[in-house]
Write a protein that binds this ligand. Structure first.
Ligand code: MRU
Length: 350
């Protein structure tokens, strides 16, 4: 399995996703500040992976507690905690993971620096194991929706690289293959950061899973031609009514899918669901550096300084979504009811 992120004695080791597919480079990060910068600069990306990186960054902060008093630990923890929260605004898994680390801190604080520090590491490692487990569960539920010999269009990267392993949308594809089905994956290249062309294609090829890369503006052509049997994407945040924030361009694909009668599925763990937000209008959309649009790998593709916009995500209204595959089961419209029911299950551990 691809190692996206790993906790080691030397620090947090991450595969530098900015360098893929040309180079497979692992960097070691030893401070929370370095981890926060790695999240901001997309060394690691993808909603669940961002959450795990933030948790490990906070756990690295625990190594500095030394012989600090409770008040000193509180001040340091608060700084690290808010640094992590400020890294990327859209993926709710980040906020979910950081909140879990805060609870672990509060539970063990009275035991002193040693106890807190070990508890933070334990909590981060627990999230890694839970993430892989929830991806496998999503895979088992979701693969039933994928017909044998299907063409499956995906957007961005929602694979092992975007999680602790196995993947969300690509996890469902892996599970369909494990169930003996034949699948042809179609990967949108996903401008401007090219997560589809660089990352999805890289990880699927590594696993010998058939993949064809198309530019984003080809999706409509192949949906109309009948080459694609379903669309399957991940999510960065899902509102209570089932509106889905995902990589910019997902909305266009969803509209094209509906127009052509092709089902549109979203695969995401329950931790991507944000019941505090009623609908997609409330989801914060990250605006990234315009240079990501103006150039590719430092090579200009627009006139220098031309005005560009770079929203990193868009929101697909729930009416375009046929099903949301979670680690608790499959939610179908009306999503307000079906998602709430799955979320309650998650809270009670049923
Ligand atoms: O900007 P990124 O690369 O972090 O965006 C990632 C996506 O939009 C993914 O599709 C999403 O996080 C689902 S990942 C399992």
């Amino acid at each position: 399995m691809i190692r996206t992120i790993e906790w080691t004695d030397a620090g947090v080791v991450m595969l530098d996703q900015r360098m893929l597919p040309a180079e497979e480079i692992y960097n070691t990060y030893t401070t929370p500040e370095e981890v926060a910068e790695a999240i901001r600069s997309m060394v690691i990306r993808g909603a669940p992976a961002i959450g795990i990186a933030a948790a490990m960054g906070i756990a690295l902060g625990g190594r500095r507690f030394g012989r600090q008093s409770g008040a000193q630990m509180d001040a340091q923890f608060k700084r690290t905690w808010s640094d992590m929260l400020a890294t990327r605004p859209t993926a709710v898994n980040l906020f979910w993971a950081v909140e879990r680390m805060k609870r672990a801190y509060e539970r063990t604080r009275s035991g002193g620096p040693g106890a807190v520090s070990s508890a933070l590491v334990r909590e981060a490692l627990k999230m890694v194991a839970e993430d892989v487990d929830s991806n496998r569960k999503m895979g088992r539920f979701g693969q039933e929706l994928i017909p044998d010999a299907a063409g499956v269009l995906t957007h961005c990267n929602a694979g092992a690289l975007a999680t602790a392993g196995y993947g969300t949308a690509l996890g469902v594809i892996r599970a369909a293959l494990e169930a003996g089905k034949k699948i042809q994956v179609w990967a949108d290249e996903t401008r401007p950061f090219l997560q589809g062309a660089r990352l999805t294609a890289w990880e699927l090829k590594k696993d010998d899973i058939p993949v064809r890369v198309i530019t984003d503006n080809m999706a409509g052509h192949f949906l109309k031609a009948g080459s694609i049997d379903c669309v399957l994407v991940g999510a960065d945040r899902i509102a209570a009514n089932g509106d889905v924030a995902n990589k910019i361009g997902t909305y266009s694909v969803a509209v094209l899918a509906k127009e052509n009668g092709v089902p549109f599925y979203v695969a995401a763990p329950i931790s991507t669901l944000d019941l505090s937000i009623a609908d997609g209008d409330g989801i914060p959309i990250e605006e990234r550096d315009p240079e990501e649009v103006r150039s590719i790998k430092g090579v200009p593709v627009t006139p220098p300084g031309v005005e560009v916009f770079n929203p990193a995500f868009d929101v697909t209204p729930n009416r375009y979504v046929n099903a949301i595959i979670t680690d608790r089961g499959i939610a179908r419209p009306p999503f307000k009811e079906s998602l709430r029911e799955l979320a309650v299950h998650a809270d009670t551990g049923n």
